[in-house]
Design a protein around this ligand. Sequence first.
Ligand SMILES: [Zn+2]
Ligand SMILES: [Zn+2]
Length: 158
Amino acid sequence: MQCARHPQVETYVRCSKCDQPICPKCMVAGPVGMRCRDCRRQNLDTIMRGSPAQYLLGALCAFGSALLLGWMPHLLIWLAIMYGWVVGEATLRGSGRKRGLGMQIIAGLAAAVGAVVWQLGGALLAGGLSALVLLASPWVLVGLGLSVFFAVMHVRYI
Ligand SMILES: [Zn+2]
Ligand SMILES: [Zn+2]
């Protein structure tokens, strides 16, 4: 038989999913045998793309954990890293471990909102308008940056 994309190439291999003949150029090794490039791409899409319900659940878990733990980045730098990781993990669990760009944005946004809400709340309790000054202090910004960075990284790669 001939490859579905390259009619001049003789082959003995079929895609393990859609069953079309594929030549060495077209095949991609996967966990369940050889696949054609289309099926391979579809497979990646199912990892990356979530349904609206999965996005909603991911966002709920992300913001829930962030609002619960937003005090962490203001105490110690390594707590900021941990906080980011936890928010990322919550996003992944809520969404069924979808790692698409949208989910990364949700995790990063949630980490930022949680940290800012706690910073503002604490500062407002401490002394009104100084809240805004405190929010702009370099340590708070470093903690905020690390939180967001690790939340996004955890959803994306780790
Ligand atoms: Zn296929
Ligand atoms: Zn081919």
